[in-house]
Design a protein around this ligand. Structure first.
Ligand SMILES: C[S@@+](CC[C@H](N)C(=O)[O-])C[C@H]1O[C@@H](n2cnc3c(N)ncnc32)[C@H](O)[C@@H]1O
Length: 189
């Protein structure tokens, strides 16, 4: 499944915080649990049933310039290749309607972030739908996750890093899905 997009009300609107079109602006309101996996490190799980379409969480982190993102990626690649770090730098590319330009957003949750930084990759697309949310009056979109189907209590939450690429390159994938490609998605930046 590809990346979705959504428009919400925001600072540029006359409505207030209780407006119904600000679903992703109230923080995490679902129960989540972080659990240790043998091969994937930490993972995020639902601690209650999550109905299809429910807002789960935003991917919070430091917003980086592309230059800084490249610099950090090089460092993270080195540390990850010797098992010293589990990087959580996400690069989102959005092709603009003209087809000629592309907006790139770099979010690094390696040091600063929220529970979303524990979401692991699944080659089958996982059970979360990544959506770029724009709120009126703010320049940059935010990456938010919604339940892509009904999710049971205890299930691990995953999405495909192929839609929002997470480094580093060539790390083995242990998602366990039938269509697993064997390697985590990565890209040259
Ligand atoms: C956004 S973090 C997810 C949380 C991470 N497991 C941790 O312990 O901090 C991304 C990192 O998790 C690991 N990871 C995510 N999905 C994986 C998978 N399917 N198989 C193996 N490792 C995975 C990789 O080290 C990747 O760089």
């Amino acid at each position: 499944m590809g990346m979705g997009s959504l428009r919400e009300c925001g600072e540029g609107c006359p409505c207030g915080p209780s407006c119904g079109n600000r679903r992703t602006q109230r923080g995490i309101t679902v129960r989540l649990r972080v659990m240790r996996h043998r091969k994937k490190g930490w993972g995020l799980h639902a601690a209650e049933v999550l109905r299809h379409g429910r807002f789960v969480c935003e991917y919070a982190g430091e917003l980086l310039t592309t230059e800084e993102a490249r610099k950090r990626q090089r460092l993270y690649d080195e540390l990850a290749s010797v098992g010293k770090l589990s990087p959580a730098l996400i690069v989102i590319r959005e092709h603009l309607p003209s087809g000629k330009a592309c907006l790139r957003v770099n979010i690094d949750a390696t040091k600063v972030g929220n529970a979303a930084r524990f979401i692991n990759h699944s080659c089958d697309g996982g059970n979360l739908h990544p959506v770029l949310v724009r709120s009126s009056g703010s320049l940059l979109p935010r990456l938010c996750f919604f339940a892509a189907r009904d999710i049971n209590e205890g299930e691990e939450l995953t999405f495909s890093y192929g839609d929002a690429r997470v480094r580093p390159k060539g790390l083995p994938c242990f998602c366990g899905s039938l269509c697993c490609s064997g390697v985590l998605p990565s890209e040259e930046t």
